[in-house]
Ligand binder design. Structure first.
Ligand code: C6P
Length: 404
């Protein structure tokens, strides 16, 4: 098991007089001192705008920003850093693809396939494209909470322009097989988008291996600062796409008669970017790579196995997600029978245990599961088995208080 908690200052906090047990990393991760220090060092020593000034500070800030891009490209094995666009979050990355690639072609028809296990961020942008002329269809899930990929074969057709799927579900924990999905989609001439917000922080994701055309993820869920997100897209797609936002930095030349655009990736980064955020994200990637994503995945699998085991002994708790720790991430959604998940989360908070409750930005999935809301505990590299033990102790208390 990893022992990294000491690197995370916030995890030393007390909540309600108890040691904090942070089990809400699927919402956002905590930040190690290495990331906090990197951002501080940048502001203290190198702060300037990028790609504008010829002075030394401007050069150093530009170098720091572009080095962060290189680190992202290396992390996910992109062909080149030109394929990495810095955005605010995964949501913006998905919107960029919707607006720049699909909106211009939507009036000529075709179909987009998404799934019922998606976060709203991978549903709503496609409903917007649907309102401009493309059909939208959703793939279901099976009884074991995995994607119904058999049905994907039936609904795919030469009409399909995009299959967009989450790599790892933020509710079920299910880890989908992007290679299988990409293979099927590409055989039908469709592009593939991967929502990797819940996978890149927790496992090695190689974009060449997944075969995806587009991939979105958030820096803040992988130890980086908030306000950092990434769109990966194959160079050929980026070259063919319209800009998303217009203004400074994304131009080559402007006259009152018209504008020519900058090359990729800068064509998609209008205005002053989140330079300090990129510096922090770079430090986060260094931190993750030093430990190793394989090791992080194994650590979380062990945590998940332990947690599922403890939950099964508890009784009266329904879990929504695959039983096998190998096929899922460390995101465990559940309901204590007879207790509303907000009550569960509030009582746990009094014990210092932070979990999420509600629809987890996945209302269509809630409907499919036949529930209004869930309680969700999610672990990361800084959690230990004792954190899940504290959760289980808290749940025993919840059951006592509510007499269930
Ligand atoms: N899920 C959760 O608690 P942003 O907010 O843009 O960084 O990430 C959006 C997003 C997209 N896809 C998936 C699979 C996600 O889990 C999320 C964010 C958080 O589950 C906040 S709602």
């Amino acid at each position: 098991m990893l022992d990294t908690k000491k690197d995370f200052p916030l995890l030393k906090r007390k909540i309600s007089g108890k040691d904090l047990v942070y089990l809400d990393s699927a919402a956002t991760s905590q930040k190690p001192v290495q990331v906090i220090e990197a951002v501080k060092e940048y502001y203290e020593n190198r702060n300037a705008n990028v790609a504008r000034s010829v002075h030394k500070l401007g050069e150093e800030a530009t170098e720091a920003y572009e080095n962060a891009r290189k680190a992202v490209a290396k992390l996910i094995n992109a062909n080149s850093e030109k394929e990495i666009i810095f955005v605010r979050n995964a949501t913006e990355a998905i919107n960029l693809v919707a607006y720049s690639y699909f909106l211009p072609i939507a009036p000529s028809g075709g179909k987009i396939i998404s799934t019922v296990m998606e976060h709203h961020s991978n549903i709503v942008p496609w409903q917007f494209i649907n309102s401009h002329g493309m059909e939208l269809e959703f793939l279901g899930i099976k009884k074991d909470f995995t994607l119904d990929t058999e049905n994907l074969g039936r609904i795919l057709s030469p009409e399909t322009k995009l299959v967009t799927v989450t790599h790892a579900s933020n509710v079920l924990g299910t880890v989908n097989d992007p290679k299988e999905i990409s293979g099927m989609a590409h055989d039908n001439g469709s592009l593939v988008m991967l929502d990797a917000a819940q996978s890149v922080p927790h496992m090695q994701v190689d974009v060449q291996d997944t075969g995806c055309d587009f991939m979105a993820f958030s820096g803040h869920k992988m130890l980086g600062p908030t306000g950092t997100g990434i769109l990966y897209a194959k160079e050929e797609h980026l070259e063919s796409m319209e800009p998303f936002m217009y203004g400074g930095d994304m131009i080559k030349e402007v006259s009152l008669e018209g504008t020519t655009f900058n090359g990729i990736p800068w064509k998609f980064e209008a205005g002053t970017p989140n330079i300090a955020g990129a510096v922090g994200l770079h430090a986060a990637i260094d931190y993750l790579e030093k430990i190793g994503l394989e090791k992080i995945r194994r650590h979380e699998a062990e945590l998940t196995e332990h947690a599922l085991d403890e939950f099964s002994r508890l009784g009266g708790v329904e879990i929504y997600g695959p039983k096998n720790a190998d096929k899922r991430g460390c995101v465990i959604s559940f309901n204590v029978k007879g207790v509303h998940p907000h009550d569960v989360a509030s009582l746990l908070d009094r014990e210092g245990v932070a979990i999420r409750s509600g629809h987890a930005c996945a209302q269509p999935l809630m409907k499919r599961l036949g529930v209004g809301a869930v309680a969700r505990a999610s672990g990361y590299l800084y959690n230990g088995k004792s954190d899940f033990d504290a959760l289980v102790e808290g749940l025993k208390k919840v059951k006592r208080v509510f007499g269930v």
